[in-house]
Structures are given as structure tokens and as C-alpha cells.
Write a protein that binds this ligand. Structure first.
Ligand SMILES: NC(=O)C1=CN([C@@H]2O[C@H](COP(=O)(O)OP(=O)(O)OC[C@H]3O[C@@H](n4cnc5c(N)ncnc54)[C@H](OP(=O)(O)O)[C@@H]3O)[C@@H](O)[C@H]2O)C=CC1
Ligand SMILES: CC[C@](O)(C(C)=O)C(=O)O
Length: 336
């Protein structure tokens, strides 16, 4: 089923004109969206707790308030804290300040879809989900384009909720790259599926397993790192620029043949079944329950796995090698 992509020329309404956007959270997305919205001409304020993000937002020239104060002042309240804390932040500091006419905005459907947050009927509930990490949303906006985004509305109190979601996407630079209509259910299912099975979970598991197979067979960790991790970025760039066709054109016939013949044996029927199981657990809420339970217990599993990943031989070898590659730049964390 093919769907209609929208671009800047298609976003013609101005329901948000003159409105104040309260961005709640100034992390990966909060920082990027706040700066993009401001550069697109909106009055943007930040709501965040005292600390690193608060100081950074002030340094970046924003009016910074507590979450409750920002929610009170904002016409649009754009929820950009981590998903796991969002329902507490909402219940304790946002809900009581929402008024008829307000827009409650999200960049991921998780909390609304799994009913951790149940917004009052009198607000518009919008989705503007950039399909890319915050730093790249900001970097590409400054370069004159943006990352694509999904838009949509879960609740339409004003009759214009969907238009407002498109306007937010345009203000974030996303309409230069393309907008796709979605629902909170679809965005949540697909986003969780993508990050678990392909983008992050699948790719990291493939890289780690490839590294293990090579080093266990006696190849040097440095060589294994270059083969299975470093080059991944260069190959991904080709896919991003021109799809599989460009990747195959730019690579050798040997690699193309090996890719067709061996790849499907590595990611075969078992992996497909595992992906289907993962999708079922997303759709039935099992993954969300497990994630929220780990958070409410103090994130023991997340922190254990994070430490294991950070201390793996692959991570350490990679860090040592990248130290000799000054052109590999990871310095733009939340730069504006
Ligand atoms: N990361 C990404 O690029 C993408 C994220 N999304 C979605 O965007 C939303 C935001 O995610 P992301 O940007 O990754 O989040 P981050 O973890 O990067 O940002 C967290 C921000 O929220 C603040 N914060 C944390 N806890 C609280 C609290 N209790 N009260 C007030 N502020 C708090 C942090 O402040 P402090 O410094 O004080 O901790 C920080 O400013 C999520 O819904 C996510 O799914 C969607 C697409 C891509
Ligand atoms: C791929 C991870 C992501 O979905 C993203 C950057 O889009 C996220 O939730 O951070």
C-alpha cells in the first residue's frame, strides 16, 4: 500500500502562528526541536528540572522554567523527556496546567498508546516523530534540509490537530525531507520494531557476533573491528545515498555475490521468526511492561547490559582505533 508523502509546499496552514511552544526536556530531541522551532520563527520556552539540561538551555538563550511553569505558559506542550519518566512528569507537572485550545505533542507514541498518559478530551494530541537522532535533526536543519518525520493526531479537540502536527514537522525542518501520516499505534509499533530488530538491536548483534567469530578464529581484534564495525558506516552511507543499488555498484562483484548468497543464510528463517515474536510483544504490550518494570526497579537490567556493552572488547578496541582518527568526530552532542 503506497502512501502520500508531503513536502513544505503541502503544509499551508498557520494554526500555530503566534503560539508559544513549551518544549519539555532539553535532551536529544528537546534540544534539536527547540532550536529548530526557534529558528523557524516560533516563540519557544523550555521546561526542565534544574541541572545540566537546564543550564545548557539557558546558555543557548532560551527562557527556561520548571516543567509546571512551562506547561502553564505554553500553547503547545511538546513532551520530550525520556519515555520512561514521561508519565510521572505528565501527571505531576503537566496535566493540571493544560487548557482548552492547547496542543499536547509527542515524538513517540509510547506513553499514549500504552495508556501511561491519558490526555484530557479538551486538548489536541499530536505526533511529530522525526526519523533520525536529535543531533542529526539539528545538524541537517542547519545545513538547509532535515530528517523526514511522521505526523498525525490521536485526539482532535480543535478540528485542526493534524494540521498542527504538520506545522510542527515543518518548523522542525522535516517537511524539506518528507512527511508521512501515521497513527500513535503504527508509529509506536514500527519505531520499536525498527530499533530492536534492525537499526540498533539487529545491527549491533550482527556486528558483535561477527567480531566474536573472527576473533575466536584467531584474527586480530583490530582487523575484526575494521571489517565488521568501522566499514559499516561507510556501507550505510551508500545505502542512505542510493539504496542497495548504489551500495552494490560501488562495491566489488565478489562482495555483491557473497552478500546475495551468504547473507540470507545468516539472517534466515529463525531470525524472521524472532522478529515476528518481537513484533507480537510490541503489539501486545509485553515489551512495554518489561521496559517500564525495569525502569521502576531502578533499571538493573538496562544498566547491567549498558556496562557489558561499554566494556566489551569490541568497544575498547574501537575506542583505541578511533583515537587515531581525528576525522571521526563525535563532538557534536547537543551542539546548537
Ligand atoms: N533520541 C532521539 O533522537 C529520538 C527520540 N524520540 C523520542 O523523543 C522523546 C525524548 O527522547 P530523548 O530526546 O531521547 O530524551 P533524552 O534522554 O535525550 O532527554 C531527556 C531530557 O529530559 C530531561 N528530563 C529527564 N527526566 C526529567 C524529569 N524527571 N523532569 C524534567 N526533565 C527531565 C533531561 O534533563 P536532565 O539533563 O536533567 O536529565 C533531558 O533534558 C522520547 O519520547 C523519545 O522516544 C523520537 C525520535 C528520536
Ligand atoms: C533508532 C532509535 C530512535 O528510534 C531514533 C533515533 O529514531 C530513538 O528512539 O532514539
Amino acid at each position: 500500500m503506497s502512501v502520500e508523502m508531503l513536502y513544505e509546499k503541502d503544509v499551508t496552514t498557520n494554526y500555530l502562528e503566534g503560539q508559544t511552544i513549551a518544549v519539555i526536556g532539553y535532551g536529544a530531541q528537546g534540544h534539536a526541536q527547540a532550536n529548530n522551532f526557534r529558528d523557524s520563527g516560533f516563540h519557544v520556552i523550555i521546561g526542565v528540572r534544574p541541572g545540566k539540561s537546564f543550564d545548557k538551555a539557558k546558555k543557548d538563550g532560551f527562557e527556561v522554567y520548571s516543567v509546571a511553569e512551562a506547561a502553564e505558559k505554553g500553547d503547545v506542550v511538546q513532551m520530550l523527556t525520556p519515555d520512561e519518566v514521561m508519565s510521572d512528569v505528565y501527571k505531576n507537572e503537566v496535566a493540571d496546567h493544560l487548557k482548552p485550545g492547547n496542543t499536547l505533542g509527542f515524538s513517540h507514541g509510547f506513553n499514549v498508546y500504552y495508556k501511561e498518559i491519558v490526555p484530557p478530551e479538551f486538548v489536541d494530541v499530536t505526533m511529530m516523530a522525526p526519523k533520525g537522532p536529535g543531533n542529526l535533526c539539528r545538524r541537517t536543519y542547519k545545513e538547509g534540509f532535515g530528517v523526514p518525520a511522521l505526523y498525525g493526531a490521536e485526539q482532535d479537540a480543535s478540528g485542526h490537530a493534524e494540521d498542527k502536527s504538520k506545522e510542527l514537522a515543518k518548523a522542525n525542518g522535516a517537511a524539506r525531507a518528507g512527511l508521512l501520516k501515521t497513527t500513535f499505534k503504527e508509529e509506536t509499533d514500527e519505531d520499536l520494531f525498527g530499533e530492536q530488530n534492525v537499526l540498533m538491536g539487529g545491527v549491533t548483534a550482527l556486528i558483535e557476533t561477527g567480531f566474536e567469530v573472527l576473533t575466536e578464529a584467531g584474527y586480530s581484534p583490530q582487523l575484526a573491528y575494521f571489517e565488521v564495525e568501522h566499514e559499516m558506516k561507510l556501507i550505510c552511507d551508500l545505502i542512505y545515498e542510493g539504496g542497495f543499488n548504489k551500495m552494490y555498484q560501488d562495491c566489488s562483484n565478489t562482495s555483491e555475490y557473497g552478500s546475495y548468497v551468504v547473507g540470507p543464510k545468516v539472517v534466515g528463517k529463525e531470525s524472521k521468526q524472532a522478529m515476528k515474536d518481537a513484533l507480537t510483544n510490541i503489539q501486545n504490550g509485553k515489551f512495554a511492561k518489561e521496559f517500564m518494570a525495569d525502569y521502576r526497579a531502578g533499571f538493573p537490567e538496562l544498566y547491567r547490559l549498558r556496562e557489558r556493552s561499554a566494556n566489551s572488547q569490541l568497544s575498547q578496541v574501537g575506542a583505541e582505533l578511533r583515537a587515531h582518527m581525528p576525522f571521526v568526530n563525535d563532538a557534536d552532542k547537543y551542539s546548537d
